[in-house]
Write a protein that binds this ligand. Structure first.
Ligand SMILES: [Zn+2]
Length: 102
């Protein structure tokens, strides 16, 4: 599924229009939380992200700098703290009504 304008609006609501990673107001890009290259190993039964790569749950607004430096890294590796990044992930998705298991 493609990333439509309507999707981008919902995605930006998750972080109030700010970069998911650094809170910058210059968030202009849509980042795949789990990157395309990592998707195959993640798209497994029982993971919170089961489903398609471009599901809203997996997409976050990011500034150009964060998006560049994150690139294909795992979110934990980029952010440096696994607990914090997943906590942030769940809170941001909950903000727009997305639950952990759907
Ligand atoms: Zn950023």
């Amino acid at each position: 599924m493609e990333i439509t304008q309507a999707k981008v609006i919902r995605i930006s609501q998750k972080t109030n229009g700010r970069c998911f990673y650094c809170n910058s107001k210059k968030a202009v890009e849509v980042d795949h939380f789990i990157s395309k290259s990592k998707w195959k190993e993640w798209d497994l039964e029982g993971t919170p992200l089961k489903g398609e790569l471009n599901t809203i749950k997996n997409l976050f607004l990011a500034c150009a700098e964060c998006n560049r430096s994150k690139h294909n890294k795992c979110p934990e590796d980029f952010f440096g703290n696994s607990y914090k990044i997943w906590n942030r992930y769940y809170r941001a998705n909950k903000r727009i009504g997305l639950q952990q298991n759907n």
